[in-house]
Design a protein around this ligand. Sequence first.
Ligand SMILES: C[S@@+](CC[C@H](N)C(=O)[O-])C[C@H]1O[C@@H](n2cnc3c(N)ncnc32)[C@H](O)[C@@H]1O
Length: 453
Amino acid sequence: MKRQTSQDILAEDFRNLLFPLHRRPFPDLDDTYELELAFYEHRLLTDDELLGNGAYFAQVGADWTRHYRICTGDALKLPDDSSRLKSFFIRNIFRTGYATHGLFPYRGKFHPQMIKALLNIMGLKPGQTVLDPMMGSGTTLIEASIMGINSVGIDASPFCRFMTQTKIDALTMSLKRAHGALVNHQEVFSYFQSKVGAPIVGSKSSGKRISKDLDRLMEPPADYNTPQRSQSLQRQDTIDTYHFLLLAYLDSAGYAERSQRKTPLAQFRVVLERYLFVAEKFQKILHESPWLLGAAKVIEGDARSFPLENASIDGIIFSPPYSFAIDYLANDAFHLHFMGIEEETLRNKMIGLRGRTLADKFGYYDEDMGSVLSECGRVLKPGKFCTVIIGTNNNQLSKVLGVPPDEVAGLHERLQEKGANYGLRIVKSMSRPITGIANTMRREYILVFQRGG
Ligand SMILES: C[S@@+](CC[C@H](N)C(=O)[O-])C[C@H]1O[C@@H](n2cnc3c(N)ncnc32)[C@H](O)[C@@H]1O
């Protein structure tokens, strides 16, 4: 066979060897793990499935995929004018900057595009149910909803429950009254400021606390031309809008505390505008070519004991705290306080935060993660998949265990061993770089387990 020249080889695009010409992946798949996930999607999905639910493809034949349309609906509105942040978001438009994922900057949240690909690779189909037992800001639930997959999410933090529910509701809620609030943003801001410290418990009951004042401030502006809604829908609008505004307020207040660049009021307006922009962008695509969203159930609970039947779940995906790397309660102290939640009571339930010394904390963490994996093995249907995403955190572990960092068994290795005790056999381990703005850890692992039996 004639040997190919460098010129021949360089004239080829290696992507064309991975994918047929009619399936065009996104141009910015720079990381090996992304190409790998795209390759598995390509092998597993039909053209129609790829068009509806593919994560890493922009086009199939002449048609644009839904992921492409959701992401590009319009240019992205940015939270502030920092060029560093701007380039982060623009680079990540297909990875993170779409639907309602960007509502609230929760630390340690998933890349939604990767979750979409993993749901596909785990074989989840519309109508089936996926579980995220440590849902945080609800990335899995939002992504599953968009894909028509039902979901159950659990988190020990009531703030996570509130945040996730609000982000899910924002996919479909009426945005008219939030527009009214934007017009009156100064008074809405004062309303929330005066409420700081007042307990607001749960999505249903908090609706009752809305005062007449805020009701009035949320009236849509006169030129916002939409038909009248029935009384119960109007009531639902009020509650949804209240939660949407509250999340925007908490987001902006947290941001204003960290950065002094804008006044809290100006920050509130910018954040609320952005929330409206992204929710509208998604709803526009949903309205233009409707499809069935999956139902999401959001639970405040404990990942060491799920309120779920044995063998009732079609797939699990989650990311536990990376041992004690992030103090989620300290991060959320402002919001938890605002919601009237006792930080210290919650601390005892939080995996990675129990215990006094670092060695205690690690001991509890190890034990707690055993309980979580045991629950995963219990509720997963035989033959189905459980994916765990976990960072390495070797530096901290080496200090606790007194072993040099390059000799310590990483969290991913420990979890693999534990999974085996609960019928979860590891079938794939992929690693990916961590690319956030301020991360200390550089690498995390995607561990795919399969339930035996
Ligand atoms: C790495 S974060 C998950 C982030 C999530 N994947 C996202 O996209 O936002 C880990 C989460 O575990 C939660 N958590 C800690 N202990 C828990 C427990 N005992 N039960 C349920 N959730 C817990 C924390 O509140 C935190 O939200």
